[in-house]
Design a protein around this ligand. Structure first.
Ligand code: NAD
Ligand code: TYD
Length: 360
């Protein structure tokens, strides 16, 4: 079946990996990538698919309700995969308004624009056969787990308890998506995923920031004692899950996505140093001295860990890339793409980095 799919945030990290996947795998779909190209959006991420017949890029702000409404109507959009967001916790602490605007109001703008087009078309049905709104969210909406109870994981029934302005804004957007399902019968599906890593991730997030710093022999600012735990998933495995959920996910349902790869930050950073040193031809572990413990992030969640059995059992998903393999692929990608790194770390980002880390 031919479809007209709108992917928002497609110039960002996960979005660009998703756009490439859908454009390559579904030549009979028309993929429209809507992105405002904020500091985190970069069309260089999609150079290889730029000229494809089934791909189109539109520069637009999801909060611009009139423009989004017109686009959805003109392009006869029948499926939305919504990734556009402000995504970095540290930035949300410094500037929560931007997060509320994009993540909450932007999601609402898309939902309302889609409903206004889909309802009169008669596409809104409980089965979700005519159209679908797929919202990409985070495990951070569930709050934090205790490192002392390793058997406890986030399930889809874990109550929401967000702590950072980022996770509060994502939680709010999840609630709006559910409200559109429950109130208007809109066919929606939500996934809550753990920390992603891989190519094209903006180097303000832990893994790419630290790879870049190891290469340049700059200090690695580990927050607090480095004991916080995150669950890591290679981005291609997230994209495979997205494909399954978009096509087969049950309307009104939520699916958790996780890698079963819990690591304390300090374990992760040490593994990253070993791998990067090895691939640079340095002595393995030579750069361990770059680790620098700095003031902790306020409200820093202790542990995230995901139970993804619903997705595994109902839709047959399982991650294909092991943690060691994923880390090696990621480090290699950053070492092979120095120009990309230089482009995104110059200009405005250089000022942000200076402000963020100079007084810690
Ligand atoms: P990212 O910051 O790399 O990319 C976000 C993209 O959204 C950028 O291209 C940016 O230009 C675009 N954007 C921002 N504001 C916009 C606006 N107002 N209108 C249109 N476009 C706008 O983010 P990411 O890491 O790729 O995350 C994508 C989605 O996945 C987000 O919704 C995030 O909450 C979610 N998520 C991320 C992770 C992770 O580990 N990165 C984990 C779980 C869920
Ligand atoms: P991050 O990549 O920002 O993702 P999130 O906060 O969404 O989990 O951070 C991952 C972990 O690494 C988190 O516990 C915070 C920590 N961290 C540092 O210790 N130093 C840093 O410079 C950054 C960016 C993160």
């Amino acid at each position: 079946m031919s479809r007209n799919i709108l992917i928002t945030g497609g110039a960002g990290f996960i979005g660009s990996n998703a756009v490439r996947h859908f454009v390559n795998k579904y030549p009979h779909y028309k993929i429209v990538n809507l992105d405002a190209l904020t500091y985190a959006g970069n069309l260089a991420n999609l150079k290889d698919i730029e000229g494809r017949d089934n791909y189109e890029f539109v520069k637009m702000d999801i909060c611009d309700f009139e423009a989004v409404s017109t686009l959805i109507r003109d392009k006869k959009i029948d499926g939305i995969i919504h990734l556009a967001a402000e995504s970095h916790v540290d930035r949300s602490i410094a500037d929560p308004f931007t997060f509320a605007r994009t993540n909450i109001m932007g999601t609402l703008s898309l939902l309302q624009a889609a409903k206004n087009y889909w309802q009169p078309m008669g596409w809104i049905s409980e089965s979700g056969a005519g159209c679908k709104f797929y919202h990409i969210s985070t495990d951070e909406v569930y709050g934090t787990l205790s490192p002392e109870e390793p058997e406890v994981l986030f399930t889809e029934d874990t109550p929401y308890s967000p702590h950072s302005p980022y996770s509060a804004s994502k939680a709010s957007s999840d609630h709006f998506v559910r409200a559109f399902h429950d109130t208007y019968g809109m066919p929606t599906v939500i996934t809550n995923c753990s920390n992603n890593y891989g190519p094209n991730q903006f180097p303000e997030k832990l893994i790419p920031l630290f790879i870049n710093n190891i290469v340049e022999r700059k200090p690695l600012p580990v927050y607090g004692k480095g004991e916080n735990i995150r669950d890591w998933l290679y981005v291609a495995d997230h994209v495979e899950a997205m494909d399954l959920v978009f096509h087969k996910g049950e309307s009104g349902r939520t699916y958790n996505i996780g890698g079963m790869n819990e690591r304390t930050n300090i374990e992760l950073v040490k593994a990253l140093i070993q791998t990067t040193d090895r691939l640079l031809g340095r002595q393995e572990g030579e750069d361990l001295g770059l680790i620098h413990f700095v003031t902790d992030r306020p409200g820093h969640d202790a542990r995230y860990a995901i139970d993804s059995s619903r997705l595994r059992e109902e839709l047959g998903w399982k991650p294909a890339v092991s943690f060691n393999e994923g880390l090696e692929k990621t480090v290699r990608w950053y070492l092979d793409n120095k120009e990309w790194l230089e482009q995104v770390t110059s200009g405005e980002y250089a000022e942000y980095y200076e402000k963020m880390y100079s007084n810690r």
